[in-house]
Design a protein around this ligand. Structure first.
Ligand SMILES: NC(=O)c1ccc[n+]([C@@H]2O[C@H](COP(=O)([O-])OP(=O)(O)OC[C@H]3O[C@@H](n4cnc5c(N)ncnc54)[C@H](O)[C@@H]3O)[C@@H](O)[C@H]2O)c1
Length: 255
């Protein structure tokens, strides 16, 4: 893809299913990487793998819900690579429960990871994109934020909020040549999805029903997502901002 080589990208949730796939793709494209995750052990091991196959990867373990940790990690990243060109807000978390069975404590956790976390990253990274003469933000939301998802009410609210926030920042920062776009995965086979559908026979039934509902007749795999992320990060997407695209096998279609 055009213009990716030598760019510097920060990817959160780098040690998870979709995060790993995005990092692998970026390394293949010659992107220098700040791989960020709260899971230090898994992150270090993964960054070691990427570096041993020729990547230029700085692993940074921090919690995206802490503004102080985010600011200090971003400063370390800029000191290391001299700049940031691309931010991918990919870290996310949820637990499946009907809304009326949830309590405010759980809402706070879901909101802090899925909405407050990306806000922290935008606040800390946007000034560096602007200082570099522009850049790209790709936010990983969810089809839950476009059409809802039973059992994921507060998560859906966060992802819908992230979509609206992205469009607003895309407007505000267009004059600074910062382009902000959103990728919405549909059901994608990762640890997060497995925790949602559950294990055993019941989980398999939900999995099978999801598969039947998807026009392309399969769930997403982590490797289905990075193509769209790499495209938005590349020079091929330089005239695209404030857009939202689903990568969901056709599960969600809007006129
Ligand atoms: N898997 C799906 O079906 C699906 C569907 C739609 C959207 N998404 C979105 O895709 C993104 C990636 O999800 P995934 O399926 O790869 O999940 P995953 O659980 O495999 O990975 C998520 C990663 O985020 C990290 N993380 C969680 N909380 C964090 C925090 N506070 N600070 C830093 N890192 C943190 C985790 O350690 C993990 O490595 C998420 O934003 C998720 O909401 C996933």
């Amino acid at each position: 893809m055009r213009g990716l080589k030598e760019r510097v990208a920060l990817v959160t949730g780098a040690a998870g299913g979709i995060g790993r796939a995005i990092c692998n793709r970026f390394v293949d494209e010659g992107v220098k990487l700040i791989a960020a995750d709260v899971n230090d052990a898994s992150l270090s091991e993964f960054a070691g793998e990427l570096n041993s196959r020729g990547g230029d990867v700085l692993p940074l373990a921090f919690d995206i819900t802490s503004f102080e940790e985010v600011v200090s990690a971003v400063a370390e990243a800029v000191a290391h690579f001299g700049k940031i060109d691309v931010l991918v807000n990919n870290a996310g978390w949820d637990i499946a429960k009907p809304f009326l069975d949830t309590e405010p404590e759980l809402w706070d956790k879901i909101i802090s990871i899925n909405l407050r976390g990306p806000l922290n990253l935008h606040k800390a990274v946007l000034p560096h994109l602007i200082a570099a003469g522009g850049g790209k933000v790709i936010n990983i939301a969810s089809d839950a934020g476009r059409v809802g998802s039973s059992g994921e009410s507060v998560y859906s609210a966060c992802k819908g909020g992230l979509i609206a926030f992205s469009k607003t920042v895309a407007r505000e920062c267009a004059r600074d040549n910062v382009r902000v776009n959103v990728v919405c995965p549909g059901p994608t086979d990762t640890a997060l999805l497995r925790s949602f559908v559950g294990e055993g026979e019941y989980g398999q039934t939900i999995y099978d029903k999801l598969q039947k509902a998807i026009p392309l007749k399969r769930l997403g795999q982590p490797d289905d997502i990075p193509g769209m992320v790499a495209f938005f990060a590349s020079s091929d997407a330089d005239f695209i901002t404030g857009q939202v695209i689903s990568v969901s096998g056709g599960l969600t279609m809007h006129g």
